[in-house]
Design a protein around this ligand. Structure first.
Ligand code: TXA
Ligand code: MG
Length: 320
């Protein structure tokens, strides 16, 4: 891979249009928000979302934050309770992310949500992010635009330094003002704080006239908070072939109930992973999984599969 500098797009009408064009085409564009620079991809395109994990070198598939231009775009994707609506009205656009139940027909790639029934949504206030989201006209998944385990970037130069040599455009609109990721809240009874960040917790509590519970409070069953979809069925890994009572999740050229990628392409496999696990889970039979090479995105796929195959506690929750 060449170590060339990233393609810098200026914060002009042309630069924004080009960034939007790249995203719509399934490419990655780093863009500024008020918190940090995000590494953006079309949230409906599983291959593009897989490229985010690949580019960051993330060893696991955490669900990603989905960025939209405004509340009405957010309502097309998720369900807003009165409490969620109040928070959105008061803090959007701005550094607050809300975790909300997905609507039927939301259109997001299951890789964005890690197969969950909820989605983390955010409406950034930064004018360059706003311009890009309007130009894309659809949801953009974006974690911070750094290599996994490194410091979040707050300038285009940081992004360039961290992701040099990768196939990524960067919309450069100067330094971020907040410099710290968004606060993440899951509305509900009680509302829960999932991550402290750019919107002060006190302001949210004042708006709701109640304290935010910490992520673990009020949770009865262990594993309920596990941020990954876990199949109800037993999962057997590195299977050369299924037994007669198993369904088979294949990889590469082979017969299988469902095949993550007959071509053996790890990006395609990542894009299909959660959707196929859901579908096989519905078959009501134990799931055997073909070996997946443990390199590149294969490491994240195997991490996820190991969690799916981990012994269950008595509540049926994954024992992670
Ligand atoms: O400031 C920010 O929020 C930045 C900028 C780029 O917008 N974005 C960011 O995104 O930090 P990301 O994708 O790295 O944040 C992911 C975090 C996960 O670690 C997880 O805690 C939470 O969002 N998350 C996402 N979906 C979730 C879900 N369905 N349930 C619970 N937590 C979720
Ligand atoms: Mg990050």
């Amino acid at each position: 891979m060449s170590e060339t500098a990233l393609r810098i797009l200026p914060h002009t009408e042309e630069g924004v249009a080009e960034g939007a064009h790249l995203i719509t085409n399934g490419d990655l564009v780093a863009f500024p928000t008020e918190t940090v620079y995000g590494l953006g991809a079309d949230a409906r395109n599983g291959r593009a979302v897989a490229a985010i994990y690949d580019t960051k070198g993330r060893p696991s598939f955490n669900p990603l934050i989905v960025h939209v231009a405004d509340l009405s775009a957010a309502r097309e994707i998720a369900e807003f309770s009165p409490q969620a609506h109040l928070l959105a009205r008061l803090f959007w656009p701005g550094p607050l992310t809300l975790v909300l139940p997905l609507h039927e027909g939301h259109g997001l790639s299951s890789l964005v949500t890690a197969g969950l029934a909820t989605v983390a949504l955010r409406v950034p206030v930064h004018p360059a992010a706003q311009a890009l989201l309007h130009a894309v006209g659809g949801p953009v998944a974006a974690p911070s635009a750094n290599l996994s385990g490194r410091i979040s970037p707050t300038t285009a130069a940081h992004v360039n330094k961290g992701l040099r040599g990768k196939s990524v455009g960067v919309l450069d609109a100067g330094p971020c003002t907040v410099g710290l990721e968004s606060t993440i809240v899951a509305p509900g009874h009680p509302p829960r704080l999932l991550r402290a960040g750019g919107t002060p917790v006190e302001e949210i509590e004042r708006a709701l006239s109640m304290p935010l519970a910490s992520a673990g409070e009020g949770i009865s069953a262990p594993g309920q908070l596990s941020s990954h979809y876990a199949p109800a069925q037993k999962v057997r890994l590195n299977a050369a072939a299924p037994t007669s009572d198993e369904v088979f999740l294949g990889f590469g050229p082979m017969d299988a109930t469902l095949n993550l990628s007959t071509a053996g392409d790890l990006s395609e496999a990542a894009a299909n992973l959660f959707d196929y696990l859901h579908r096989l889970d519905e078959a009501d039979a134990p799931i055997a999984v073909a070996p997946i090479p443990d390199k590149g995105l294969g490491r994240a796929i195997n991490d996820r599969l190991r969690r799916a195959a981990a012994p269950r506690s008595s509540s049926g929750a994954p024992g992670v």
